[in-house]
Design a protein around this ligand. Structure first.
Ligand code: G4P
Length: 538
């Protein structure tokens, strides 16, 4: 599905600095089932999807456009691809980058966070902070990405608001700054106190949340009369919040120390408008990005972008390869010729698209914060920089994340070892999987390492269908990884519960069966110097 975008926003060239100021680029981080797809649909309903294409995707069997980019995706009814949905709201342009929501999430999910300026942490009111949310939050913290918290599903029974706020403070050290405070407990929800205006915003159930409910606001005195005791309780609690450092401090939010918190219900469209307003009013717009030397590239410098994701096989009719790049400076104009920083070669951008779900449309212009999909970009790998004009620029490569799954890969047919090596090399370059080598394993077979096991399924499928070299994967029992700080200590790390594997960049990784085996080895050999795999190479 393809069309040319006819948006007034992109018909004429504009000032990149002003355009960047109008943009907010964010992702939703959550555990599966917290309501990410529902929230995405609700956001798009409030805003004007710029393509007017209704390009929101949902899960199989649900409303929305079901992605069918890969057969595997179709079979599992999940999305394993990430792209961006662009919409406008209050004369701003919002880029919502999609993060795969399945439990078997992969490095793609993490990499998306290198392309956003802010994250919305979606928390299920009944479950609080869950495993995948915590992992994604860690990446945000590492990268210094400010986080907004949206407590979802407040329309049904859940935990207490104060308890959820304490959890933020105690488990992840993030100071909660509720902008709204619920009136009535989860499940018997009456609405919220808007702490900025002091007004009551009443909650009305809408049919499945498919329509925009009018906002039902009333003054504090009116609420005291009409809502009664529950309103008075809320006002008292809200006063306590002010006394305990719970008022909005925008600088603390931008520094990643505190999080504005909203209570709502994505399925009922409650709190969603507030979330959009918060993004516009306080989330950061794209700023200058630092190059490999730590020099910031001004927004008004000539066009530059970095690739944060490469996806192949999105169009079953063609074996295409789309590189998703975030624009960092200047103006992107379709057809412009950019330089691929890694090789110095020219790169024609005739086929630039915006992709979300199954929808594709041609992008004519894009500005800092926007995401462009470059079609047939076989030369581009994850972490690559594109730029035009002078001076040239090279942004830092993609961060390497700590893998938790390992498997030795071997060609099923030894006669196709050349295709096998080429395929593994290409999948590594695309960032589908990490490739490690072992000095100890006799046959020199590469060890594949992944954040989520689904990355291995992609390898198996593509090696067979694309490189015609079926692979066998022998899973290794490791799940914990550390960097070997002193190469002299390598021999100590080969035990029956651990071994050392090498990254192509020369970093030695010690892998352990579990944390217990790591801890017992450290007790035995306290002189071992091991570092955490920092989730950020910059
Ligand atoms: P995900 O993308 O994060 O995995 O979550 P998704 O939006 O698919 O939502 C998971 C389930 O939670 C869905 O129910 C959805 O309707 C429900 N949900 C999302 N937001 C809210 C909310 O604010 N309140 C309530 N009560 N439920 C919410 P489902 O039964 O799995 O699917 P469906 O058949 O209802 O669509």
């Amino acid at each position: 599905m393809s069309q040319t975008r006819q948006s007034p926003d992109t018909d004429r060239a504009a000032d990149p600095v002003a355009e960047a100021g109008r943009r907010r680029t964010f992702a939703v981080i959550s555990h599966p089932d917290a309501g990410k797809s529902t929230l995405t649909e609700a956001l798009a309903l409030h805003a004007r999807v710029i393509s007017e294409a209704g390009a929101v995707h949902g899960k199989a069997g649900r409303r929305g456009v079901v992605s069918d980019w890969l057969a595997m995706e179709r079979a599992r009814g999940i999305s394993i691809t990430s792209a961006a949905l662009q919409f406008s709201y209050r004369d701003h342009v919002i880029n919502l980058l999609d993060t795969p929501g399945h439990a078997d999430f992969s490095e793609d999910t993490y990499r998306v966070l290198s392309a956003v300026d802010c994250a919305v942490m979606l928390v299920d009111a009944a479950k609080g902070l869950e495993a995948q949310t915590l992992k994604l939050f860690d990446v945000c913290r590492h990268r210094g990405i400010p986080v907004i918290t949206f407590v979802n599903k407040w329309d049904r029974p859940g935990r207490e608001a104060l308890e959820l706020c304490d959890e933020l403070r105690e488990r992840i050290g993030l100071r909660p700054m509720p902008l709204t405070w619920p009136v009535g407990v989860a499940g018997q929800f009456r609405g919220v106190l808007d702490r900025t205006t002091g007004e009551f915003v009443g909650f009305e159930r809408t049919a499945g949340g498919a329509t925009l409910a009018p906002e039902n606001r009333m003054s504090a005195s009116e609420a005291a009369e009409r809502v009664g005791a529950e309103w008075r309780d809320t006002v008292e609690e809200a006063e306590l919040l002010s006394a305990s450092d719970g008022d909005l401090d925008v600088d603390a939010f931008l520094r990643g120390e505190a999080t504005p918190v909203l209570f709502g219900s994505a399925v009922q469209n409650f709190g969603v408008r507030h979330l959009l307003d918060l993004l516009l009013d306080h989330a950061p717009s794209p700023g200058p990005r630092e190059d490999v030397h730590g020099r910031p590239r001004g927004l008004d410098a000539p066009f530059s972008a970095f690739v944060f994701k490469v996806q192949t096989g999105m169009d079953p009719a063609h074996r295409d390869r789309v590189a998703f790049a975030r624009v960092c400076s200047g103006e992107f104009e379709r057809g412009m010729v950019a330089t691929h920083a890694a090789t110095g070669r020219s790169f024609a951008t005739k086929y630039a698209q915006q992709v979300f779900g199954q929808q594709r449309e041609t992008v004519e212009r894009a500005y800092p914060g926007d995401v462009i999909g470059l079609v047939n970009a076989s030369a581009l790998g994850v972490g690559d920089t594109l730029h035009s004009g002078k001076p040239p620029v090279h942004f830092p490569g993609m961060p390497q994340f700590a893998p938790e799954h390992f498997a030795v890969a071997r060609a099923v047919d030894p006669g196709r070892s050349k295709q096998f090596r080429r395929g593994i090399e290409q999948l590594f370059q695309e960032g589908v999987v990490q490739v490690l080598h072992s000095e100890h394993r006799g046959d020199g077979a590469p060890v594949l390492a992944a954040v989520g096991p689904m990355q291995f399924d992609v390898v198996t499928q593509r090696m067979e269908s694309e490189f015609r070299s079926p692979v066998s994967l022998e899973r290794l029992p490791y799940s914990v990884v550390r960097i070997v700080a002193d190469p002299q200590q390598r021999p100590m790390l080969h035990t029956h519960n651990s071994e050392v594997l090498d990254r192509p960049d020369g970093t030695a990784l010690a892998v352990f069966v579990d944390r217990i085996s790591l801890r017992s080895l450290l007790r035995l050999r306290p002189e071992l110097r091991l570092d955490h795999v920092v989730a950020d190479a910059e």
